[in-house]
Design a protein around this ligand. Structure first.
Ligand code: CP
Length: 307
């Protein structure tokens, strides 16, 4: 039962619960009209303490397409946060107006902390460099749609694996499927944090490889998950400038890749995928965007228990 629960970490959902969300997502895609009024009378709060295009608008579009309503802010300075109101008080307050809240915050752990005070379900819409579980729903659903399986996959994660919260969530979720091999492609300064390697990969005996050059491994990948270098998490601009263009995927680099490679990216992209790749049949990142809205529709239905 997902009704009334928070979603803070991608491992909060079991493989079985993920499947139930994905099955509902497919139903919504196939029969959208049947879900047009299912959230009539319900309100989603979107509290975004950090900028967003996809996550905020897809949550809002999801609730509107389910017949519900939305309220919230995209800039905490426009709320009483600017007067010093703390997160628990903001959530207690918005939780009296809304039935469910999507929260994005720059501080790692803020959604988990906030959930202790919220009277309604909290969905982590991205907390610092930590986790982004609903992006993972979009990522995994897209992999399932394209590859028709979630096991027996070699997945390359490329770019900023240190600060990239979508990467951390995806690693945690994908390691529950059989025979998933991870190829971690990053500059040495932006490697996957040690705690994730030890607690998530090594403790479960997950096969993984760390490399610096995408060209060395692109031919073995079933999925290539590109990410941008997370400028906003750097302490030193010079380091960002030095590392920001570490990987730029173009058609030339794709030549040795498998014909059925799936190229994903949580977006926004900056420079790491050239626009010429967008028309390649292996580019699925805009399909991933669309799936992001549908999986959030399914998640809202499940957490509100209106199905
Ligand atoms: N993928 C993602 O989180 O994008 P936004 O930052 O635009 O929400």
């Amino acid at each position: 039962m997902l009704k009334g629960r928070h979603l803070i970490d991608s491992q909060d959902l079991t493989v079985r619960e993920l499947k139930s969300i994905f099955d509902l997502t497919t139903e919504i895609i196939n029969r959208p009209k049947d879900f047009s009024y299912i959230c009539d009378g319900k309100i989603l709060g979107t509290l975004f303490y950090e900028p967003s295009t996809r996550t905020k608008f897809s949550f809002e579009a999801a609730m509107l397409r389910l017949g519900g309503k939305i309220l919230g802010f995209s800039e905490p300075g426009s709320s009483s946060v600017s007067k010093g109101e703390n997160l628990p008080d903001t959530l207690r307050t918005v939780g009296t107006y809304a039935d469910i809240i999507a929260l994005r915050h720059p501080k790692e752990g803020a959604p988990r902390y906030g959930a202790m005070y919220s009277p309604v379900p909290i969905i982590n819409a991205g907390d610092g460099g930590h986790q982004h579980p609903t992006q993972t729903l979009a990522d995994i659903y897209t992999i399932l749609q394209v590859k028709e399986r979630l096991d027996n996959l070699t997945i390359g994660l490329c770019g900023d694996l240190k600060f990239g919260r979508t990467v951390h969530s995806l690693i945690k979720a994908m390691t529950r499927y059989d025979n998933v091999k991870l190829v971690l492609i990053s500059p040495k300064e932006l490697k996957v944090p040690e705690n994730i390697k030890i607690e998530v990969l090594e403790s479960k005996g997950i096969e993984y490889l760390e490399v610096e050059k995408l060209e060395d491994v692109i031919d073995i990948l079933d999925v290539l998950y590109m990410t941008r270098v997370q400028k906003e998490r750097f302490f030193n601009e010079a380091d960002y400038i030095r590392l920001k263009d570490s990987y730029i995927l173009d058609l030339k680099k794709l030549e040795p890749a498998k014909e059925d490679l799936a190229i994903l990216h949580p977006l926004p992209r900056v420079n790491e995928i050239k626009m010429e790749v967008d028309d390649d049949k292996r580019a699925y990142y805009f399909q991933q965007v669309k799936n992001g809205m549908y999986v959030r529709m399914a998640l809202i239905i499940k957490l509100l228990g209106v199905d």
